[in-house]
Design a protein around this ligand. Structure first.
Ligand code: HEM
Length: 208
C-alpha cells in the first residue's frame, strides 16, 4: 500500500490538465485552476489520510481483501442513497458490485454506516469522491490474486472517459452555482473521505 501512495502521487502529477501557470510579465505568477482541480487540492490531505487508513489492508490476502470490501460496503450504501437522483445525470451506484463480490467471498453484507443527507450541491462533492475512488481501484485491482471477484474494483473500459465527463459536468455545474458552491462541495467531499476513513479504521482493528 505504501507503494500505492507513491504511485498515486506520480499519477496525480501526470494528470495536471486543467490547471495552468500564467505569468503576465511583471505580475507575480498566478495559478488558474478549474473547480475540479480546486476540489482536488482542497481535499488532497483527506485523500492521503484515507489511503493511509487503508494501508494496513493487504488485499493480495483473501482475508484482508474481504475486510477491505467490508469497509467499503459499510461506507458506501448511505452515501450512494444520499446522491441518487442528484448531481451528475450519468452517475451510477456501485453497491450492487460490492455486494456481488462479498457474496462470492461468502462474506455477509455489513450494517451500513450513517451518512448525512446531501443537498444538490453537496451531492457533487460526494460524487467527486465516489467517482474518483475508481481511479485508485484500477491500481488496487492489479494486486488481487488471479480469479478474485472484483466487480467493485475492476476498471470499466470507459472509466477514464467517464471520469473526464464527470469532471467537465462538475466544472459546468460549479460555473452555474453561486458563491459558496465550491465550499459546500468541498465540505461534502471531505466528509465523504472521512466516512471511508472511519470504516477503514473500524475494520483495520480486527485484521489478522
Ligand atoms: C485504498 C488506497 C487508495 C489508493 C492507493 C488510491 C490511489 C489513487 C490514485 C493512484 C489516484 C490517481 C489516479 C489517476 O489520476 O489516474 C487516485 C485518485 C483519487 N482517489 Fe484514490 N486511492 C485510494 C483510496 C481512495 C479512497 C478510499 C477514495 C474515496 C473514497 C479515493 C478517492 C480518490 C479521488 C476522489 C481521486 C481523484 C483525485 C483527482 O484527481 O481529482 N481514493 N487515488
Amino acid at each position: 500500500m505504501d507503494n500505492g501512495v507513491a504511485i498515486a502521487r506520480q499519477t496525480h502529477a501526470a494528470n495536471e490538465v486543467g490547471s495552468a501557470q500564467v505569468n503576465s510579465g511583471h505580475a507575480p505568477t498566478a495559478r488558474l485552476t478549474t473547480p475540479r482541480f480546486a476540489l482536488r487540492e482542497r481535499s488532497r490531505q483527506e485523500h492521503e489520510a484515507t489511503e493511509a487508513a487503508f494501508a494496513p489492508f493487504d488485499i493480495s490476502r483473501p482475508d484482508h481483501y474481504r475486510a477491505f470490501l467490508t469497509a467499503h460496503a459499510t461506507a458506501l450504501p448511505r452515501l450512494e442513497l444520499a446522491v441518487t437522483g442528484r448531481g451528475w445525470s450519468s452517475w451510477q451506484p456501485r453497491y450492487p458490485f460490492i455486494a456481488d463480490d462479498l457474496a462470492a467471498l461468502d462474506a455477509p453484507l455489513p450494517v451500513p454506516m450513517i451518512a448525512s443527507d446531501a443537498s444538490p450541491v453537496a451531492a457533487w462533492g460526494v460524487q467527486y469522491v465516489l467517482e474518483g475512488s475508481k481511479l485508485g481501484g484500477r491500481m488496487l485491482s492489479a494486486r488481487l490474486p488471479h480469479g478474485s471477484p472484483c466487480r467493485y474494483l475492476a476498471a470499466a473500459a470507459d472509466m477514464s472517459a467517464r471520469w473526464q465527463e464527470f469532471c467537465a459536468a462538475l466544472d459546468a455545474e460549479a460555473a452555474l452555482g453561486g458563491p459558496g458552491w465550491l465550499d459546500e462541495a468541498t465540505e461534502a467531499a471531505i466528509e465523504t473521505f472521512q466516512t471511508f476513513r472511519r470504516a477503514a479504521d473500524a475494520l483495520a482493528g480486527d485484521l489478522p
